[in-house]
Design a protein around this ligand. Structure first.
Ligand code: ZN
Length: 142
């Protein structure tokens, strides 16, 4: 039995890797009528990110702005779903819990993501091939 549980709130976003944010934005707007709420260059991740709200979650379009991993992903696989982000309560505790369960973490401490949120990536080896991002709103920032 697991003694501790992750405090999961929702799927915060599903991220789609794109070459050209404007072209992708036009497609999502024309097809689904989605309008962006946030568009920013995320310096710490070396990406440009656009958020399109879908109910309580978002589609996040991301393109590399110096992020080699993301550039390689696009080169190898072309545009498509890149990762799923799960909003958790207590991201540090969530990382510690996953590590205690032997789940490999890419980030052992949270980094700053889009919207100033705290984020940490779980290695796809730990999830059967899906890159998972943990997200928590950073109440301490700004
Ligand atoms: Zn993300």
């Amino acid at each position: 039995m697991r003694s501790a549980m992750l405090k999961i709130k929702r799927i915060d976003h599903v991220a789609v890797a794109v070459e050209d944010v404007d072209a992708a934005l036009a497609k999502w707007r024309d097809a689904f009528g989605l309008e962006p709420t946030v568009r920013e260059v995320v310096a710490s991740q070396k990406t440009e990110a656009v958020l399109l709200p879908v109910g309580e979650s978002n589609i996040e379009l991301i393109s590399p702005k110096g992020n080699e991993g993301l550039a390689k992903f696009l080169e190898k696989r072309g545009p498509g779903i890149h990762h799923i982000a799960i909003e958790v309560e207590g991201i540090e505790a969530a990382i510690a819990l996953l590590e205690s369960l032997g789940v490999p973490m890419i980030d052992k401490t949270p980094r700053k993501g889009a919207r100033g949120h705290k984020v940490a990536f779980v290695h796809p080896k730990g999830t059967g091939g899906v890159l998972v991002e943990l997200v928590e709103e950073d109440h301490a920032h700004d």
